[in-house]
Ligand binder design. Structure first.
Ligand code: XMP
Length: 515
């Protein structure tokens, strides 16, 4: 394992900064993301092999525009600026960036003028390559010593390089899947320009993360919020590797779990030999949720209650300094806003609800990973497949799937319907094929007829989506006979339901959870 080779990604606030890191990891090279304003001394101390400057929503000529010390370009390190990162390179080194007459978002055709270096091995003109653009500014005049190496119809400098230094820039986004040659460009930068070797993998991730946790925690004690899902379990296993019994895992039954969830999870956790405290706080949560139907309020209440419980458990356990959570990157990007660019979609995921005054320091070892990467780490840690392949389940549980007020009775209806969905998905082999499948209980009643009786009962919606990382998703095209079985069983077996709908909304514009 070599972490001597390290790519530093400086983040200027793009929604796709983590995708850059992910692409680097896919090439088996270690990489760290840091905010754009790390000092030059910190950069030197990190001794990176190369630096990637991310995109971002600002314009370089804004007075508040995020910037870096021009000294970075004097370190002699290979550098790749992406979109804003390229414009900043140009601006800092004496070129001219101006607003485009027409902003350019979406696919564009790239012609490579110099098939070499970052474009090594790619097809020369007349072939054009589909790339993904997202910019309102463009380079009007290159700094001295630079030349354009690719263009598009609307962008004369779609890529640039320095004539003698290893400094590159691309106006488009090589990190997104729509840029067909993106992986080639990143791999060329890493291997041809930076001279890295593909030696990093999830085993290295486990080793590095374990070491970092050990360093951060020392002899301290950590309390970990364990839900039995793959994210929090992997978090716990990593910390367990680092500090053993100084980790106290708390599994809270908030009364918002699925049918038989508490028993199943406890049985799993027992197998993994973690130090687990089970807290049945169902009453407490349901009491506080009484009469609340606003989803954001539900999330806030549940978040707060969780934290109170963790604080209490931490106190009971003696001296504890840290709280560990299985927060993943999509949770972070949709919940917190970095200097404004990424809009807050929901105050949700594990990040929301944390009171500012929380007295425990956070540890989130998976904060930079996507779900499929976490599953790879889980495999590395020897977790059983059944646990690894469980669908994601939101922290606020069924509270955000019972729309409107949450009552025991409505939770029970949803539990029964949800259990049928999971059972049928598993029996038909579809559970493994989709990202998530679950039932939602709507806050309305509709008329039906059962036997010869009129009914006025609940509606259950089935949400079943395919996705790679939960950032985007599409509804799964389930076979009709499976849908028919789901509907028949729910209507016949779950008292109080007389209608079943199937959700055919993609994300965006819908989200996966209904809330
Ligand atoms: P949305 O509804 O935002 O959900 O499209 C994206 C993914 O995140 C899951 N989700 C959560 N996971 N804590 C979690 O750990 C939460 O508060 C939370 N809310 C949503 C959701 O199930 C989907 O997979």
């Amino acid at each position: 394992m070599s972490t001597k080779e390290k790519i530093l990604v400086l983040d200027f606030g793009s929604q796709t900064t983590q995708l850059i890191a992910r692409r680097v990891r896919e090439e088996k090279v270690y990489c760290e993301i840091h905010p754009f304003n790390v000092s030059i001394d910190q950069i030197k101390a990190m001794a990176p092999t190369g630096i990637i400057l991310s995109g971002g929503p600002a314009s370089v000529y804004d007075p508040e525009a995020p910037s870096i010390s021009p000294e970075v370009f004097e370190l002699g390190l290979p550098m790749l600026g992406i979109c804003y990162g390229m414009q900043l390179t140009c601006h800092l080194l004496g070129g001219l960036v101006e607003r485009c007459a027409h902003r350019e978002y979406g696919p564009a055709k790239l012609t490579i003028d110099e098939v070499n270096d970052i474009f090594y091995g790619l097809a020369p003109p007349p072939v054009t390559h589909q790339v993904w653009m997202s910019h309102g500014d463009r380079i009007e005049k290159l700094p001295s010593g630079f030349k354009a190496i690719a263009h598009s119809e609307t962008c004369p400098v779609a890529a640039m390089r320095h004539e003698s230094l290893p400094i590159y820039g691309v106006q488009f986004h090589p990190e997104v899947a729509h840029t067909e040659i993106g992986a080639d460009i990143i791999s060329n930068f890493l291997f041809r320009i930076c001279g890295c070797s593909p030696s990093w993998d999830m085993r290295s991730f486990v080793e590095i993360t374990t070491r970092q946790i050990k360093e951060k925690v020392g002899d301290g004690r950590v309390v970990c919020a364990l839900s039995g899902g793959v994210d929090s379990t992997v978090t716990a296993l990593l910390i367990n590797r680092a500090i053993g019994r100084n980790l106290i895992c708390v599994f809270v039954n908030n009364g918002l779990l699925r049918k038989n969830e508490a028993e199943t999870v406890l049985a799993f956790l027992e197998q993994l030999d973690l130090n687990v405290q089970y807290v049945d706080a169902s009453r407490r949560f349901l009491e506080r949720l009484k009469g609340v139907d606003d989803p954001e309020k539900k999330r806030k209440i549940i978040g707060e209650e969780f934290i109170h419980i963790f604080e209490e458990e931490a106190k009971r356990a003696g001296k504890v300094h840290f709280l560990a959570q299985g927060t993943l990157y999509p949770d972070v990007i949709e919940s917190v806003s970095f200097k404004g660019p990424s809009a807050v979609i929901k105050s949700h995921h594990n990040v929301g609800g944390l009171p500012e005054v929380m007295k425990l320091e956070l540890i989130e070892p998976l904060r930079e990973l996507f779900k499929d990467e976490v599953r790879k780490v889980a495999r590395e840690l020897g977790m059983p497949d059944e646990l690894i392949n469980r669908h994601p389940f939101p922290g606020p549980g069924l509270a955000i799937r019972v729309l409107g007020a949450v009552t025991e009775e409505r939770l029970d209806i949803l539990r029964e319907a949800d259990a049928i969905v999971l059972e049928e998905m598993k029996a038909s082999g579809w559970y493994q094929k989709v990202w998530q499948a679950f039932a939602v209980l709507l806050p309305i009643h509709t008329v039906g007829v059962m036997g010869d009786e009129r009914t006025y009962d609940n509606v259950v919606a089935i949400r079943c989506v395919e996705s790679l990382d939960a950032m985007t998703a599409d509804w799964a095209r389930l076979p009709y006979d499976l849908m028919a079985r789901l509907s028949n069983r729910i209507i016949n077996e779950v008292r109080g339901v007389n209608r079943v709908c199937y959700d055919i909304s993609p994300k965006p514009p819908a989200t996966i959870e209904w809330e």
